[in-house]
Ligand binder design. Structure first.
Ligand code: FES
Length: 102
């Protein structure tokens, strides 16, 4: 049985035809996915946290977007530099990063 503590969805503007085009992709969201994966690995959280890249959430002007479940916290306007803070304060510390929430 899979028992995650968090599931993080990151918009990489994936389209149903397999193309990656769109605002979040153009603003570096693939690098953001990579940064999340590195932070999860570095903090030995692989068994507790899953990262999934997604298609458009429909709020592109606030992208890049990440959504953290089970809390349902939405983060926007993300850059690579924000990811460590989200992992340390929210995922590990249990306190969502208010200034990055949308
Ligand atoms: S492309 Fe990411 S929210 Fe639309």
């Amino acid at each position: 049985m899979i028992s995650l503590k968090h599931h993080i969805f990151v918009c990489t503007s994936c389209r149903i035809n397999g193309q990656q085009k769109g605002f979040c992709f153009s603003k570096g969201s693939v690098d953001i996915v990579q940064k999340f994966m590195e932070a999860i690995e570095d903090n030995d959280l692989s068994g507790d946290v899953m990262i999934t890249n997604t298609g458009c959430f429909g709020i592109c002007d606030k992208g890049p977007i990440a959504v953290v479940y089970p809390e349902g916290i939405w983060y926007g306007n993300l850059s690579e530099d924000d990811i460590e803070k989200i992992v340390e304060e929210h995922i590990m510390g249990g306190t969502p990063v208010k200034e990055l929430m949308i």
